[in-house]
Ligand binder design. Sequence first.
Ligand code: ADP
Ligand code: ADP
Length: 226
Amino acid sequence: QQPQIRLQSVSKHWGATTAVKDISFDIQPGQFVILLGPSGCGKSTTLRMIAGLEEASGGEIHMGERDVTRLPPGDRGLSMVFQSYALFPHLSVADNIVFGLRSRKVAKAEQRERLAKVAELVDLTDYLNRKPAQLSGGQRQRVALARAIISEHPICLMDEPLSNLDARLRSDMRREIKALQSRLNMTVVYVTHDQVEAMSMGDRVILMQQGHIVQDGTPDELYNQP
Ligand code: ADP
Ligand code: ADP
């Protein structure tokens, strides 16, 4: 099977700082892959290069048969969920969720249909007319998730999406994200420094340290190795 995402010898430098050093990996369709490691090890930079939000200094990034190394984020066929939610405060929940469809000029009727479907998936049907400020942190993050999945892109990139939530909510949201991912058969690349998230959500954990990959395997393999 052709990998959905392939990184070949990818690096990122800023002046004398090397954030990511010559890393390579393949991700198969439908995999839930965790990028794990301490702060500053290069996880976000790696994710942002996959997204096209940072340009790689060296190497190639492929998605399926396409070389996307020089493509802008909007042409890569993926969606993103950030730690900060990144919602528009002056727009309703509904308008936040369909924002991307609207700018892609998806027909109104189809927007409404998809909105109803995803709102139910993330349990926000009764909150569509509220503004983000009128929601709890968990609900805001579910708006961000809804906005990502409504695009129906096969790939979803998540950068520490649960770090702003309290511990109890985090464990609920871990289950919700995992359930959505398998229900929609999405390929997820998920950045975290939290080993519990890595263990409980990942099909595969890529452990990074100082810009290198130091381990790559299932959570079991990762924790049962000396
Ligand atoms: P992580 O996500 O693992 O916390 P990052 O990918 O954010 O790590 O950062 C990796 C390294 O690159 C760090 O040393 C960080 O300070 C540096 N870095 C990240 N973004 C920039 C930038 N825009 N300019 C310069 N250095 C950066
Ligand atoms: P987070 O860890 O939540 O991703 P950071 O504080 O690491 O946030 O980074 C916030 C922004 O600052 C990012 O766009 C990152 O690329 C940039 N950044 C991080 N480290 C540096 C740095 N040493 N110099 C310049 N920009 C940086």
